[in-house]
Design a binder for this molecule. Structure first.
Ligand code: UD1
Length: 418
C-alpha cells in the first residue's frame, strides 16, 4: 500500500493547475444514463473515484471511451441492459447512489446496493428514497439493496428533511424525465448542483432555480447528447490555499475561481494571508504566522465540511485558539488524533474542537482515515519539522489528482513510497 513521505518546513512557491471537481464529475457521469445519445465531458479529473464510477456505468451497459491524452470522457448509454449497482463497487464509493434516480427514470427500474456506513458517519439515503416514492416509485429495501420501480415517474412537490447534496442531485436527475413539474424544496445550493443542472439543461432538460433552495424541473420525454466542461474543484483549490497558508510562501492556482470559495478565502484573509483573485486564477501569500480562525460547517454557502480538516491543520500552528464546530457529519474529527501525534494541541467536546496553536509541529507516522482527513495530514506534514509518513494514502488518490506531483511542482519535498 502506498505511503506519502513529506519532509516539512519548506515554503511553497510557484503555480499549479486545479483539476475538474470530483463532486461535480461524479453526478455528471451519472447524467449520461438519462439519454441514449453520447455525452462528452471534459476536465474530468483522473481519480480513483472516477475510475470506480466508470466501471460501475460500464457494467450496466454504458460504452465508456476515456481519451488517454486528454481529460475527456465520452459515455454512450444507448443500451442499458443491467440497471444494477452491486455492493462490491458501491461499498468503495458512496456517490454510487447517484445512479439510482437516473436509472429509475430511464429504465423504469433500478437495484442499487445501500452504501452502508462510512468512516465519517452513518450517512443514510432515506431522503433519496423518500423523494423517489413521492414521484410514484415503488421502493423496497431487501438484502442490502434499494429496489425502485416506476413505469414513469410523476412530477411532485418534494421537501427534503435536511439539506443533502447527492440527494438533491439524484432527485433532480430523476425528475428530468418525469411526467409534469417537480419542485425540490430545501434543495442543496452547492455549486456542483448548479454544474449538474447546467449540463442537464444542455442535454434538453428544463431546470430552473439551481443554486437556490427551490429547484423546479419540467419533465421532458427524452434528453439528448451534449458536450460539457466540468467546473474546477473548489475543495482541491482550498486545500492548496491551506497548504501554502500553513507552510508559507506564495502560490498561484490556475483554472479555478474564487467565486466558489468566498467563505474559505475570507477566513484565510482573516488569518493574515493576502489573496488576489482574477476570473480564473487565485494567488495567496502567507504571513509570517497565521491568526487562528474559528469555523462552523454548514451547507453551502456556509463553510464547507470538506474543508474542516484542512482548517484544523492550519489552526494547529496559528496564533490563538480556534473553535471548530462540525454540523454536517457526526464523526468527522478523526484527523484530530493524528494531528495530536504531530504535536497539535486539540481538545474535542462532541461536535466541537478547540485548537490552540503551537509554535511547531514535529514529523511522525500518521494514518489517513478518510479523504479530507488525509488532506489535513498533508497540510500538517508540510509544516512539521522533519519527516511525516502518511499511511493509507489510497484515500487521497480517491480525490486529489497527482497530489504528490503538484506539491513537488510547488517546491514541497514529497515522495510516494511503496
Ligand atoms: C456530498 C459530498 C461530500 C460532502 C457532503 C456535504 C459528493 C459526491 N459528496 O456528500 O463530499 O462532504 O456532500 O457537503 O458530492 N443525510 C441523511 N439522509 C439522506 C442524505 C443525507 O440523513 O438521505 C445526511 C448525511 O448523513 C449528512 C447530511 O445529511 O449528515 C448531509 O449529507 P449529504 O449532503 O447527503 O452528503 P453527500 O451528498 O453524501
Amino acid at each position: 500500500m502506498d505511503k506519502l513521505l513529506i519532509e516539512g518546513g519548506n515554503p511553497l512557491h510557484g503555480e499549479v493547475a486545479i483539476s475538474g471537481a470530483k463532486n461535480a464529475a461524479l453526478p455528471l457521469l451519472c447524467a449520461a444514463l438519462l439519454t441514449a445519445e453520447p455525452l462528452t465531458l471534459t476536465n474530468v479529473p483522473d481519480l480513483n473515484d472516477i475510475g470506480t464510477m466508470l466501471k460501475l456505468l460500464a457494467q450496466m451497459g454504458v460504452k465508456v471511451h476515456r481519451n488517454s491524452d486528454s481529460d475527456s470522457v465520452t459515455l454512450d448509454a444507448a443500451t442499458l441492459d443491467n440497471p444494477v449497482a452491486p455492493y462490491e463497487l458501491v461499498k468503495t464509493m458512496r456517490a454510487a447512489i447517484l445512479v439510482l434516480g437516473p436509472l429509475v427514470a430511464r429504465c423504469g427500474e433500478a437495484r442499487v446496493s445501500l452504501p452502508g456506513g462510512c468512516a465519517i458517519g452513518a450517512r443514510p439515503v432515506d431522503q433519496h428514497i423518500k423523494g423517489l416514492q413521492a414521484m410514484g416509485a415503488e421502493v423496497t429495501v431487501e438484502h442490502g439493496y434499494v429496489h425502485a420501480k416506476a413505469a414513469r415517474l410523476q412530477g411532485a412537490r418534494l421537501f427534503t428533511d435536511l439539506v443533502t447534496v447527492t440527494g438533491t442531485e439524484n432527485l433532480m436527475m430523476a425528475a428530468c424525465l418525469g411526467d409534469g413539474e417537480t419542485v425540490i424544496e430545501n434543495a442543496a445550493r452547492e455549486p456542483e448542483v448548479v454544474d449538474l443542472a447546467n449540463c442537464l439543461n444542455a442535454m434538453g432538460a428544463r431546470i430552473a432555480g439551481a443554486g437556490s433552495d427551490v429547484i423546479r424541473i419540467q419533465g421532458v420525454a427524452q434528453l439528448h447528447g451534449a458536450q460539457y466542461r466540468i467546473m474546477p474543484d473548489r475543495i482541491e483549490t482550498g486545500t492548496y490555499l491551506c497548504a501554502a497558508a500553513a507552510a508559507g510562501g506564495k502560490i498561484r492556482l490556475t483554472g479555478t475561481s474564487a467565486g466558489y470559495l468566498d467563505v474559505v478565502i475570507d477566513k484565510l484573509v482573516d488569518a493574515g494571508c493576502v489573496v488576489e483573485a482574477t476570473r480564473d486564477a487565485i494567488s495567496l501569500s502567507a504571513p509570517q504566522r497565521l491568526n487562528s480562525m474559528s469555523i462552523r460547517t454548514a451547507p453551502y454557502p456556509a463553510f464547507p465540511t470538506d474543508m474542516q480538516a484542512q482548517f484544523m491543520a492550519i489552526n494547529a500552528v496559528a496564533s490563538g485558539t480556534a473553535v471548530i464546530r462540525e454540523t454536517i457529519f457526526e464523526n468527522r474529527f478523526m484527523h484530530a488524533v493524528e494531528l495530536i501525534r504531530l504535536g497539535a494541541d486539540i481538545k474535542i467536546d462532541g461536535n466541537t474542537a478547540f485548537v490552540t496553536g503551537v509554535d511547531k509541529l514535529e514529523g511522525a507516522t500518521v494514518m489517513a482515515t478518510d479523504l479530507r482527513a488525509s488532506a489535513s495530514l498533508v497540510v500538517a506534514g508540510l509544516v512539521a519539522e522533519g519527516e511525516t509518513l502518511i499511511e493509507r494514502i489510497y484515500h487521497l488518490d480517491r480525490g486529489y489528482e497527482r497530489l504528490d506531483q503538484k506539491l513537488t511542482a510547488l517546491g514541497a519535498r514529497v515522495r510516494r513510497v511503496k
